[in-house]
Design a protein around this ligand. Structure first.
Ligand SMILES: [Zn+2]
Ligand SMILES: [Zn+2]
Length: 192
């Protein structure tokens, strides 16, 4: 049974005494990735950059709760951040999503030395840099995958430049010049 309230839909599994909130993409029956990531993995790329950054920050804070602050290097990466980063590659926001996630999950690098002492600060920087690098690699891999699949630029129809790196514009375009301008809608609703 599917229950609706506003734009949120819930699948009620009555016999199992549990409720899974469904993906926010209309009519999709898959559950959300988790409480912080509000679409299924397949539809995550439909989120705009600001939504992905918000979700990355939210999930980063959740991972911070699990982080052993005395031993940050023991941090185990999960698949959720990778899903957010892959979705962000489609919109050209991978860098912002990675920064939002690692700053929430570990600490803002500008503040690490104020918050932690000596070796713990060092370990925190190391753990942050390692996860950041891992996510940048995931972004580069996804950029490559999208371009292999698309074969030619969605704007000019030309070939993609050969480079195994992430790009600061939607990966299906060959350059920023070919990509449409990102929407600049303000996040807050203007008061009347
Ligand atoms: Zn979905
Ligand atoms: Zn192009």
């Amino acid at each position: 049974m599917v229950a609706c309230t506003g734009d949120r839909r819930f699948e009620l599994t009555l016999t199992q005494d549990r409720i899974d909130e469904l993906c926010r993409t209309p009519r999709c029956k898959a559950p959300m990735v988790n409480w912080a990531i509000v679409r299924c993995a397949r539809h995550l790329a439909e989120s705009d950059a600001a939504e992905l950054v918000d979700q990355a920050r939210c999930w980063g804070y959740a991972r911070f709760e699990d982080l052993d602050r005395d031993d940050p290097v023991s941090f185990k990466p999960g698949p959720e951040a990778d899903l957010l980063v892959k979705a962000a590659v489609a919109t050209g926001a991978a860098e912002q999503v990675i920064q939002a996630f690692v700053h929430a999950c570990f600490e803002d690098p500008d503040l690490i030395d104020e918050v932690y002492d000596g070796e713990v600060a060092l370990a925190m920087r190391h753990a942050l840099a390692r996860e950041e690098l891992r996510l940048h690699r995931a972004a580069a891999k996804e950029t490559h995958r999208i371009r292999q699949e698309a074969r030619v630029c969605a704007g000019c129809g030309g070939d993609f430049p050969f480079a195994y790196v992430e790009v600061p514009f939607p990966a299906r375009f060959c350059s920023r010049a070919c990509a449409p301008e990102p929407p600049t809608t303000p996040r807050t609703v203007a008061s009347p």
